[in-house]
Design a protein around this ligand. Sequence first.
Ligand code: FAD
Length: 389
Amino acid sequence: MDSIRARIRDRYADVLRLVQRRATEVDRTAAFPHDLLDAYRNAGLTAALVPAEFGGAGLSHREFSCVVEAVARHSGALSLLLIVQAVGTLPVLRRTDFPRREELLTAVAREGRLLGFALTEPASGSDAYNLQTEVVPGKNGDYRLTGTKYLITNAGIAHAHVVFANLREPGIRQVCAFLVDADRPGFRVGPPNHLLGMRGVPTASLHFEGVPVDEADRIGGKNDGYVVAMETLNISRPWIGAQAVGLARGALETALEFASRRQILGEPLVDKQGTRFLVADLAARIEAAGALVERTSAMIDAGREDYTAESAMSKLFATETAMWACERALQLLGGPGCVAGNRAERAFRDAKITQIYEGANEVQRILVAREIVRAHRADPAPPTSSPAG
Ligand SMILES: Cc1cc2nc3c(=O)[nH]c(=O)nc-3n(C[C@H](O)[C@H](O)[C@H](O)COP(=O)(O)OP(=O)(O)OC[C@H]3O[C@@H](n4cnc5c(N)ncnc54)[C@H](O)[C@@H]3O)c2cc1C
């Protein structure tokens, strides 16, 4: 992964410099960074995973994770912009029978079209089966979409959203996924949320009031919506892991810079044994988190299907590590760390959100335990030694 990291750092050096330069301002103003979006588009990063045949960058999952990590070292929000674009693209990429696939992937790659992924609702987050948004068949083979989505990233800037809703047909209640263009009648974006972290990339509610959609907009079969959502999140969770690793690295670097300069009782803070022990623990956990992300990304690149546990573990472990690492980094920085405008303080606020979105970490624990127990039941491994040793 280190060689991939180095290659990615070289290839996107200009973009990463811009990220570094703009991160503080974007967080302070929470204004959407159009210059960064242009830079991402020019570098092909808004079509990071789209294959070259459609005009995309065709990055592997390992490469994309490295991009996310490198951006998140300076700004969680600016990495979120890349992640959400990729999350919105994934269902279209994977569902080769989606009628609008070629049109959409080409538009993403060549016109820089932006996407969103709208699953969460006011009454349905972790409980993703409890969707209230519904699609009702119309008279001419079309459908009408009605409901509200909540906390949706890229709201107001995305040209289309992948929207999950219950299809109401006589006697049937099924979750469907539809690609809904933002210029359809009856679609409205609510006011932007003021966030703790990830500032600068908009989240808001999406309101659908009888929005027309048709068969050509449906991603997957009539009953496939939930599978589409879960297979997408299974793949995207390591990206949140990579984002968390980047945040943790950034916080550690900031703490090391400060502790090397700061004199306490006649010596640099970084030379105190307590600080050194902390640095060792931070570095070890960040590397372990990065290794989990890499392992999961490599499994996905290899075309394996059995990465649910790894995906959930990488998101769980990396985001818990990031929250802990950012908190410890702030402790090392002392009072100045609590003054807005430094990288560790920003990472601390950004890291909190990584524990919640893309499935709260309690949901990740449920997934990991389910997979581990299932695998154990299918094939209880013989103990390597007696319990007594
Ligand atoms: C900045 C930001 C961007 C977002 N972007 C998007 C987006 O683009 N698209 C989208 O669809 N959603 C998005 N979300 C929403 C996010 O995915 C949800 O907030 C998340 O899934 C959790 O759902 P919830 O907030 O409804 O929490 P709830 O489901 O109400 O859960 C509340 C808390 O309960 C705990 N919990 C949950 N389940 C269990 C359990 N089984 N046992 C014990 N404890 C549990 C967790 O700690 C959780 O945080 C975004 C959120 C934020 C903050």
